[in-house]
Design a binder for this molecule. Structure first.
Ligand SMILES: [Ca+2]
Ligand SMILES: [Ca+2]
Ligand SMILES: [Ca+2]
Length: 500
């Protein structure tokens, strides 16, 4: 709005000053300017410039410049621009205070901070425990977990993840990492970011086990995570707040219940762009305050999305989801709603004809039999989900759901079922029946000499020091992410493979 403008020091006669200002203004067109102070008697003198009244206000200052205020029609314009500038500044400051977990994080869990600014732990082998294991990696807070290799990590007992942890599955090479054989618990923890990894339970778990439990958690985001082979449900979320599941694949639950997910009284919960596939029911069961947007539910058995149907009140918003029947699907793509289920729905589609073509019909009120229908959204997170049509969401979910940086054979099989649009798919009883866990080729990640999580090659091309780990936590000026986060974000932003 103003520029530095120096006049010769010392007192300058009024006429000369006006002349100088006029010359300046002509040269600079109508830009506002700073002009130097002269003496106290000159305060608030009025001049004209091109027939426009100007009021010059001088600071009593020995500085070489002072503020010019225009008392004219452009004054309002000036203030409006200033207000806009302040607003932009304010917004950018508040963005700093509320940094997204990563670019593209949406929903109630989008502000999770994970291990930002903490240490880096390298998973260096595929064994169940000990230094360098995944179990050890997530056992302590304030760290980012990176993977020096790809493969299947077979675990014998549940793994508990600590608070303030980022699990950066996208750092693993090749087809990435599967944690297989038992479950992973995030329960009672806060601020966790999980991206591009597979959690797979097993028939060898105890009968009531879920693959992932996230009870009483806060500020957690699971992004591009595959959650499969849970015995009771694949996923259990109870009493949690500020949680997002996005681009996850929640499928192939196994004996005895073979259910997708049980949500018990979570609030501020977002589930968007997830693929629910080959689960007998509960895709999910939503005893919850939830925004459920752009999901695809394929080949449910008995039931698709299930209401809370309890004495407590539940508030479910279903927006632009696609329900697509498969070989095992009944017609109950929405079921078990009671008057205590307050349902808002908009733009959902259902395709029940199993004809290999996506040609569904709009879901109408009567599909939510027993529910109390409401006309307005009841849940809307501060970081809004970018909402697509149900048909567009189908394509996006097919491309991206699960650990899709490079899908492994199991997730490729499951998404091939979806692609068949009614022809293929099965609600299996055990993972053995489904073909078991195939090997994932064990590849090594690029060298990271200083162990700061960023490979030498990346550091060299980004003016960082591959011999000094301290640069990982320095901040990138524009984005306010750390250098390590900048790397973690960059390797997936452009690499989701269309070939999936
Ligand atoms: Ca069809
Ligand atoms: Ca490094
Ligand atoms: Ca470094």
């Amino acid at each position: 709005m103003w520029v530095d403008f120096s006049l010769p020091p010392g007192e300058m006669p009024k006429a000369e000053r006006v002349a100088h200002f006029t010359r300046f203004s002509q040269k600079k067109k109508q830009r506002l300017c700073l002009i130097p102070p002269t003496n106290a008697g000159d305060k608030n003198e009025t001049y004209t410039y091109k027939h426009m009244p100007l009021k010059l206000k001088f600071f009593e200052s020995t500085q070489t410049s002072c503020l010019l205020i225009l008392k004219s029609s452009i004054l309002k314009w000036c203030y409006s621009v200033l207000s806009l500038a302040s607003l932009i500044l304010l917004l950018s400051n508040s963005a700093n205070a509320q940094q997204l977990a990563f670019p593209g994080a949406e929903g109630y869990g989008a502000y999770a901070t994970g291990g930002r600014g903490g240490g880096v732990y390298h998973v260096t082998h595929l064994k169940d425990s000990g230094p360098g294991s995944f179990r050890d990696a997530v056992s302590k807070p304030n760290r980012t977990v990176v993977f020096d290799l790809s493969g299947v990590i077979k675990i014998g007992s549940r793994i508990n993840v600590a608070s303030n942890v980022t699990i950066a599955g996208q750092t693993a090479p090749g087809e990435g990492i599967s944690i297989y054989g038992n479950g992973v618990s995030f329960s009672k923890q806060k601020n966790i970011i999980v991206r591009y990894i597979r959690f797979r339970g097993s028939i060898n778990m105890s009968r009531g086990s879920c693959t992932v439990t996230a009870d009483s958690v806060q500020n957690v985001i699971l992004d591009h995570v595959s959650i499969e082979w849970g015995r009771w449900d694949n996923l259990h979320i109870q009493g949690s707040k500020d949680v997002t599941l996005q681009y996850c694949l929640i499928g192939e639950a196994i004996d005895p219940q073979r259910f997708g997910a049980l949500l018990e009284r979570p609030e501020r919960l977002t589930i968007h762009h997830c693929l629910w596939i080959d689960n007998q029911s509960r895709n999910p069961k939503a005893k919850a305050k939830i925004e459920y947007i752009n999901n695809v539910v394929y080949n449910w058995g008995n039931s698709g999305f299930v209401g809370g149907h309890s004495s407590a009140h539940h508030y479910q918003d279903l927006i632009n989801n696609y329900f697509i029947a498969g070989p095992n699907s009944s017609g109950s793509y929405l079921s078990m709603f009671a008057a205590t289920d307050h349902v808002y729905h908009q733009g959902n589609m259902v395709d029940l004809n199993k004809d290999g073509i996506l040609n569904g019909k709009p879901v109408i009120d009567s599909a939510f039999k027993g529910a109390s229908m409401v006309a307005k959204r009841q849940n809307e997170s501060p970081v809004k989900v970018t909402i697509q049509s149900a048909a567009d969401a189908y394509t996006k979910v097919l491309d991206e759901a699960g650990a899709s940086q490079k899908r492994d054979a199991i997730d490729r099989r499951l998404t091939s079922y979806l692609r068949s649009l009614g022809q293929a798919g099965k609600v299996f009883w055990t993972e053995t029946e489904a073909g078991g866990h195939p090997k994932i080729e064990e590849l090594k990640a690029q060298a990271d000499t200083d162990s700061d999580g960023m490979p030498d090659s990346w550091e060299k091309t980004h003016s960082l020091n591959p011999g000094n780990a301290a640069d990982g936590n320095t901040q990138v000026k524009k984005s306010h992410y750390t250098r390590l986060e900048q790397y973690l974000n960059a390797i997936v932003d452009s690499s989701v493979q269309a070939s999936n």
